[in-house]
Write a protein that binds this ligand. Structure first.
Ligand code: ADP
Ligand code: MG
Ligand code: MG
Length: 209
């Protein structure tokens, strides 16, 4: 399909909640190696609350879906990722506005503003080895594919997110708890980068159906 409706975006978030539940232990193990070992449980709790809220009162627009998910994450996830994902989705909601659907350009704009929100909230930059590196890669790929239509945008964003998550493994973390490890953060996967990659995979999976 060339457009994402509110129902579509809600379905993607249900898929993301399932992926986070499936990979909760992996995310937590990755965070045990470089942080405080709560990323999987944090995000699982938050996405469970978010999907319950979506089911209880299904929003009418993609923007309202992003807004509800963002608000639930901020209120249920204590860690850095709650504030970061929360900010990302609240910015996404603003970018989506009151539109009833998102096309290729609309989705690319949503990801762009969400990515800027992460940078502002996290005071992070490209190369700091955080989830932001995955979002910037996905956003750039989405922008570059807009002329090819929505499925191409979603597929390109997912491929770029996966590439970035792998590429950053040897890097040294410069933000978040992993940065406390200094050089010892090298060689580890970043938990937030892995969960962000899962999100973009879920958008691509929607496009493939
Ligand atoms: P906490 O570190 O508070 O326990 P989580 O474990 O849920 O939070 O999330 C950790 C992830 O959040 C990291 O893997 C990283 O991707 C992201 N992160 C942490 N701090 C920052 C920051 N300042 N800027 C961008 N991303 C960050
Ligand atoms: Mg943690
Ligand atoms: Mg924590």
């Amino acid at each position: 399909a060339e457009r994402l409706s509110a129902t579509d975006v809600a379905a993607v978030f249900h898929g993301f909640a399932q992926a986070v539940e499936r990979d909760r232990d992996l995310l937590t193990e990755l965070d045990t190696a470089v942080g405080d070992g709560d990323h999987g449980t944090n995000l699982d709790r938050g996405m469970r609350a978010a999907t319950e809220a979506l089911d209880a009162a299904p929003p009418d627009t993609p923007g309202a879906v992003f807004n509800l998910v963002g608000r639930r994450l901020v209120s249920t996830v204590g860690g850095a990722s709650g504030a970061l994902y929360g900010t990302a989705f609240l910015r996404a909601a603003k970018a989506a506005g009151a539109a009833s659907t998102l096309d290729a350009a609309g989705f690319a704009a949503v990801v762009r503003d969400a990515t800027t929100g992460i940078a502002e909230r996290g005071k992070c930059a490209a190369g700091d080895k955080t989830m932001y590196d995955v979002w910037t890669a996905a956003s750039a790929a989405a922008d570059a594919a807009v002329a090819d239509g929505l499925p191409a945008v979603l597929s390109a964003a997912s491929t770029a997110a996966g590439g970035a998550e792998q590429e950053m493994v040897p890097w040294q973390a410069r933000r978040g708890r992993a940065s406390y490890l200094g050089e010892r953060s090298q060689g580890h996967r970043d938990p937030g980068a892995v969960s962000s990659r899962l999100l973009f995979d879920c958008f691509a999976a929607w496009a493939a159906t």
